[in-house]
Design a protein around this ligand. Structure first.
Ligand code: PGA
Length: 249
């Protein structure tokens, strides 16, 4: 059975002291939950975040990783480096990586391959832009993002994949997909995976929704049958908001 997940993507926010302060508050306020709770601070604070959460069930994950094992890739971080400090999950394919850092489906496919080969878990992000939705092309865009970056993955490796559907027009804009729009797309994603693999893989993969999830809309979004949790940006930066979203799951 698939698990419920609430993950906080901190993006390029929070320095060392702020990271420790937020994590201490989160660990103290964490409600009882069967959901997996994850936070993704910046690379530079991953080690201290792990230490701060030593006695907590909150998992620390990375926002990105490179596909190569090592070498002349100035400014990049490898899967082995993450594993070496106890980080076994990486967000891959966030729309900001695609839009501002030129990450194509081809690059993302390489990152996914590397992460899975290292036995890491991948939180794969994808989603359409506003133009795609306006031109009724959103299902095609999502299907091709999945096909290009994920569908050469072996069936046996899907247990290490978490999906995060994040319509680009809803990220950081305050605009949220309606619960019905999220459900419709998540059901389509499961159908697409069933066609490429089988129903058991489609039914066992956790599909998170991301894009302006906040305490006020989390309950409604999470109540949809194919929505297994959320990838939270802005609202993950305040302990009370993130805790309220965890309670909503
Ligand atoms: P947001 O970001 O919650 O601030 O819209 C979500 C994300 O980018 O993962």
């Amino acid at each position: 059975m698939r698990t419920k997940i609430v993950a906080g993507n901190w993006k390029m926010n929070k320095n060392l002291v702020e990271t420790e302060t937020l994590l201490t508050e989160l660990a103290a306020k964490l409600p009882d939950t069967t959901a997996e709770v994850m936070v993704a601070p910046t690379f530079i604070n991953l080690v201290s975040a792990k230490q701060s959460l030593d006695n907590s069930t909150i998992q620390v994950i990375a926002q990105n990783m490179h596909f190569a094992d090592s070498g002349a890739y100035t400014g990049e971080i490898s899967a082995d480096m993450l594993l070496n400090v106890g980080i076994d999950t990486a967000i891959i394919g966030h729309s900001e990586r695609r839009a501002y850092f030129g990450e194509t489906d081809e690059i993302l496919a390489k990152k996914v391959t590397t992460a899975l080969a290292k036995n890491m878990r991948v939180m794969f992000c994808f989603g359409e832009e506003l133009e795609d939705r306006k031109s009724d092309n959103h299902f095609n865009v999502v299907a091709s993002q999945l096909k290009n970056a994920l569908f050469s993955v072996e069936a046996s490796e899907w247990k290490n994949i978490i999906l995060a559907y994040e319509p680009v027009w809803a990220i950081g804009t305050g605009e949220t997909a309606s619960p019905e729009q999220a459900q419709e797309m998540h059901a389509f994603i499961r159908k697409t995976i069933t066609e490429a693999y089988d129903a058991s893989i489609a039914n066992n993969v956790s599909i998170l929704y991301g894009g302006s999830v906040k305490p006020a809309n989390a309950v409604e979004i999470f109540s949809k049958p194919d929505v297994d949790g959320g990838l939270i940006g802005g609202a993950a930066l305040k302990a009370d908001d993130f805790v309220a979203i965890i309670k909503a799951i």
